[in-house]
Write a protein that binds this ligand. Sequence first.
Ligand code: F6R
Length: 642
Amino acid sequence: MTNAAPIDFSAPPIAQQTVGGPVRIPYEIYAESRQTSYRVARTIADLIRQRAVEGRSCVLGLATGSTPVDVYAQLVRMHREEGLSFANVITFNLDEYFPMQADCLQSYHRFMHEHLFSHIDIPREQIHIPDGTIAPEQVADYCQQYEQRIAQAGGIDLQLLGIGRTGHIGFNEPGSGTESKTRLITLDGMTRIDAASDFFGVENVPRRAITMGVGTILQARRIIILAFGEGKAKIVARTIEGEMSPQVPATFLQNHPQTTFLLDQAAAAALTEVQTPWVLGEVRWDKTMVRRAVIWLSQLVGRPVLMLKDADYNEHHLQDLLAEYGSAYEINLQVFRQLQNTITGWPAGKPNTPGVTFPKRVVVFSPHPDDDVISMGGTLTRLADQGHEVHIAYQTSGNIAVFDDDAWRFAKFAADFCDIFGVPSDAVHQVTQRISEFLKQKGAGQTDIPELQQLKGLIRRGEAAFGAKVCGVPDERLHFQDLPFYETGVVRKKPISDEDVNLTVNLLREVKPHQIYAAGDLSDPHGTHRTCLEILFRACRVCQSDDWWSQCEVWLYRGAWQEWPAHEIEMAVPLSPQEVDRKREAIFKHESQKDRALFPGSDAREFWQRAEARNAATASMYDRLGLAQYQAIEGFVKWKGE
Ligand code: F6R
């Protein structure tokens, strides 16, 4: 069985722009983030080799965070497989939390060694990372020395950057000026929220950090800034197309002559070229583009699709489209019909319809134990109520998202239960004791002992079963996959293994589903959704030669972190007020996930509130476009395979 994804790493960008029009920083968009990472790693490798040939050192400025992880993995692979040597490389990392011990789980020292330095031949004395253990009164001198060391090394040849949702580069938060140098700074609230999961709670995230300044960064001879995922789309567009301002420190890169922004498609989503390409010039009008333009126009002028006039098209950069169709009436009607056809109360088809298998076997893949109900609880209920054989595959245990106190309550309950009912309980008491002793001395962010991890997973299993029951899916159709990639006990996960894929293939071959639902919600902060989807896609590719596959369709849902854009929705399942209530009740069964509102990407609302708001927003958008008015709508997009 082969699990290798057929991805062409060396594929060129699908779009690129130099400075001009709204574009103030050149950018390249790649179909997949892995292609972007590969391109960056290649560029770094070429520079290192070129310098080695010239007998010179190569000075790299390096970043941490989730974005560059795959760049480092590629560099390690190039070292192992292609003999790329780092002997001539000198590195300077952007930043480190303060205070921070180097061996701490969240330390950027540890990050860099785990992801890169321990796997390559760079001489240790050529590595520089700001030291989070410096005494506060010595920090200013230390920072000055850091600047001097960069200068002594000859300056940075190539600086790698990520971007925070505040627009920070390094940890230069809003307010940082172009002249700023390496210094101690206070972290922005949003940045601390984004780091909360790494620290098991926002209260554990340090308030300060040492960072290279914007000025330090701008002195690099070349800069590559990377951004992946929908969560970055807004700040990316602001940085590339917005006014330069200390409120968005990344905009200062507009002043740097050798900066390129490298993006995946999701992070590029809010750029003018992607959002409203017709305002820039000619576009190729395929069905999706027409739908996108008409929805945009309808929202812009505030009138339903069927009431758009020729003048609306003419006045808003859509003359070409109008010319192609002849009249607004023709375009309006076509798009209206397309939108209307997306609405269905029978997501797996109606009974007694010729050519439609009924009932169907359905597998809903849920990355965490609550994504099924949060994102498609209404559709799940409909599928079960309409008589389909609905299975739910919980891909990961979700154990790291359970609070210690909750886990302890359950451990104690188990021991007390045994005592009250006279159940032989020595083994139970031993486990409870071990958990209790561990919790008493557990430091912030420390990895749980295996018993505690298992207990936390068990709590989430129970909640998932209750949530599924509310939606009408019985216990025997639940599959707890506990995929190995996730089971590290910490936020940082293992790479996808054959076992992850094989477990999924086996499940698919056992059920032989007619419909698969999977989370296409790729902005979750830890990348778990992304990884789960990749595992499912790889499993689907393995099954594509099976007989049952020809009858199978894959639908992607969203909801926990963001919603599908209107023009992309291919199936819109309306929910009645009663169904919305039932969905809420199912989400409420996930008690351990209450009060997690301050987690990354969060807007300080609970998951059920966010899900309801998104489903209501989709419904109201359909209403404003002139379609039927519903309480809520869950949207889906069909996977076309590759
Ligand atoms: C990391 C750093 C930060 C990150 C940024 C994005 O050294 O300085 O600017 O690049 O916060 O983080 P991720 O990649 O985790 O989204």
